[in-house]
Write a new protein. Structure first.
Length: 429
């Protein structure tokens, strides 16, 4: 018996590990339903997502797999975000931002509460990432910024280093998306400083390739600072996506330095990746622009590609490369497109700020109206109470007067009866 117990003692960890053969290290059966839920987050026509989520929750609770439980709430938030964006894309005029924002915030707060309870804080911050992506994709960058600033403040106040690093990274990404290079650099430099000085293993295990690449892009093209951070990005790459992004920027530096062989090698590697244009939006059009500039072609030959490039960094590099090569017409054309893009971004942000100010004004006005109505109701209630009190006092006074009169009449009657009784007794005598 002891021998069997000894064997089971050694086999138990192996059996437990065998039940967690998945990237999330959760129960395999839970992972099966989690994968189905994740893959069906955009499926709004069947009940696949709902069924998978129900199974995931039931199994995770029965097997006491707290990480699987947390992932259930991750999928709930992801689902709400996808559904909101889908409905908005179908009919923007009828899309109710306040209603969906409230649902998003409710799911986020639930996930963050669960993540704190179970101890899987990475999902606490991932909730913020999902939300800022939702706000960005629905044209609500201002709200995303406020949410992330609040998260940064909370991390500072609680001395949460991982939370600080994460929130700074998200803030930098937000500013990068709207083309604010100054604030992108400010937040990324602080995030890099935390990463390079920390002893927190949760932070040091993370890839910093994206952050280093993004920080490099805030410096002048081809500068020593840009090259320094591109080099750091290459040395901190952990994933295939990191490698692809590094190759993308190495191709740019090679084009800037006139090393065409190196440029073509990195360009071809990027274009050979099936997910390249998903990671680097319009990256194929960008490389077409660079190809044409390196070949010295006139602007008209690739104007359609210039009109198709997307990212702020693509505009900045393309215009600088054209200027570097002495192609003034192309540099001017690209810069004009970039200025138009910036003006459009500024206009969108101003509209968002005005919309938010208008919404806040309406909310404040409604609250003021409610407060005024409440005050009026309070005053009315007080006056009614006073009047009722006065009425009761009057009734009490009248009642007391009437009672006094009754007592007086009763006393008179008693005296008269006594008098009559005396007279009757005298007559008998």
């Amino acid at each position: 018996m002891k021998r069997l117990a000894l064997i089971l003692t050694f086999l138990a960890p192996a059996l437990f590990a065998a039940g967690q053969n998945n990237p999330y290290s959760i129960d395999d059966e839970c992972y099966h339903w989690f994968t189905i839920a994740e893959n069906s987050a955009d499926d709004f026509t069947t009940g696949t997502f709902e069924e998978a989520q129900q199974k995931l929750l039931e199994l995770s609770l029965r097997k006491k797999d707290t990480k699987a439980q947390t992932l259930y709430y991750v999928e709930q938030l992801r689902r709400t975000s996808r559904q909101a964006q889908t409905i908005r894309n179908r009919n923007l005029a009828e899309w109710d931002a306040q209603e969906w924002n409230a649902r998003i915030d409710e799911d986020r707060e639930t996930l963050q509460r669960i993540a704190k309870t179970t101890g899987y804080l990475q999902y606490y911050y991932y909730a913020a990432d999902l939300c800022q992506t939702y706000y960005f994709n629905t044209g609500q960058d201002v709200i995303a910024g406020e949410m992330l600033m609040a998260m940064t403040k909370e991390a500072r106040e609680t001395n949460d280093e991982y939370g600080m690093w994460k929130s700074l990274t998200y803030l930098a990404l937000l500013y990068k998306r709207i083309g604010d290079l100054y604030n992108t650099r400010v937040y990324l430099r602080e995030a890099v400083r935390i990463y390079e000085r920390t002893d927190n293993e949760t932070i040091t295990r993370q890839s910093m390739a994206t952050q280093y690449n993004d920080l490099a892009c805030t410096y002048p093209v081809g500068s020593d600072s840009a090259r320094l951070f591109y080099n750091k990005a290459e040395h901190s790459s952990l994933t295939k996506q990191d490698t692809m992004k590094v190759a993308y920027y190495k191709a740019q530096l090679a084009a800037w330095d006139g090393d065409r062989a190196e440029y073509r090698r990195n360009r071809d590697y990027c274009l050979s990746q099936s997910n390249f244009t998903n990671v680097i939006i319009r990256g194929d059009y960008f490389f077409d622009c660079v190809d044409n500039m390196l070949d010295g072609r006139r602007t008209e030959a690739f104007r359609s590609s210039i009109d198709s490039i997307y990212g702020h960094q693509q505009y900045i590099f393309a215009s600088n490369l054209a200027y570097h090569l002495g192609q003034w017409e192309t540099a001017s054309t690209v810069m004009s497109r970039y200025i138009f893009r910036l003006e459009n971004d500024i206009s969108i942000l101003n509209q968002q700020r005005l919309s938010q100010m208008s919404a806040e004004y309406e909310n404040n006005r409604l609250l003021a109206d409610l407060a005024d109505a409440s005050q009026r109701q309070t005053r009315t209630t007080v006056w009614i109470a006073v009047l009722i009190t006065l009425l009761l006092l009057v009734i009490l006074l009248i009642a007391r007067k009437h009672l006094k009169e009754l007592r007086k009449a009763y006393a008179t009657d008693e005296a008269r009866l006594a008098e009559l009784q005396n007279e009757k007794e005298k007559l008998k005598e």
